[in-house]
Design a protein around this ligand. Structure first.
Ligand SMILES: [Zn+2]
Length: 234
């Protein structure tokens, strides 16, 4: 069966050679949807002091999140937006694995982000999850946890309230819209009290969602909450 599907795939690839969805160049063996050269050339969050300070002022001000990092610039590079868009379609697992790899490369030497006890994704509301069939942030979190060897708790947080899409609101409105939208779900075996948790999202925009997740965790005894995402708006 496996052999047959490989043969079928080889035939499809022969008739329609797969191309990079970004540069339309031919994909090499092992590449999927986006070629390695494009991945490596996406606009990154620059490692300069001024950017780090900007991110910290914007996302850490109310102390719900203790440290944050992200890999790609969402607004500045349309190719990044396209890759994030692919997460919502058939390419999800492969794109999520790449995003997980880039996040891992970025945070592997960070004494806080890489030394967390548990990795948990920002949850989707169950109705939306059913509709899509998966949570794209969970796929990224799983890839990252495999690479770093850190425990992954995909159901640690649950979204209990269906919120209106955050794009309809300004920063203050987003905060109100998301308030009280999360509660604790399935805990890791040793519980979460006094632990350090790394939250994973596909894109962080205003940070209101990640902050509300962090508040929910801290109310329940979590010591420190970190956040990392594939892309960020700064
Ligand atoms: Zn390409």
């Amino acid at each position: 069966m496996r052999g047959l599907s490989n043969l079928a795939e080889a035939f499809v690839n022969f008739v329609y050679p797969p191309v990079c969805s970004t540069c339309e160049g031919a994909l090499k063996h092992g590449e999927a949807y986006v070629c390695t050269r494009c991945w490596e050339s996406f606009e990154r969050v620059p490692p300069t002091e001024s950017i780090i300070q900007l991110i910290e002022e914007k996302f850490l001000a109310d102390e719900a999140v203790d440290k944050i990092d992200s890999v790609f610039l969402f607004e500045q590079d349309p190719r990044v937006r396209e890759a994030v868009h692919l997460l919502k379609y058939s390419g999800a697992e492969l794109i999520a694995a790449q995003f997980g790899l880039f996040i891992a490369r970025k945070i592997v030497d960070d004494p806080k982000l890489s030394m967390c006890d548990t990795i948990a994704p920002v949850p989707l509301h169950p109705a939306r999850r059913r509709e899509r069939g998966y949570n794209q942030s969970e796929l990224i979190a799983r890839s990252l946890s495999d690479i770093l060897g850190v425990n992954h708790s995909p159901d640690l947080l649950v979204r209990t309230r269906q919120t209106m899409t955050q794009t309809l609101f300004d920063a203050e409105g987003r905060k109100k819209n998301i308030m009280g939208a999360f509660s604790l779900g399935k805990m890791p075996v040793d519980g979460i009290e006094g632990t350090k948790i790394l939250l994973i999202d596909d894109v962080i925009t205003t940070g209101s969602t990640i902050k509300e997740c962090a508040r929910t965790l801290k109310t329940n005894g979590v010591l420190e909450v970190y956040a990392a995402s594939a892309a960020i708006t700064i």
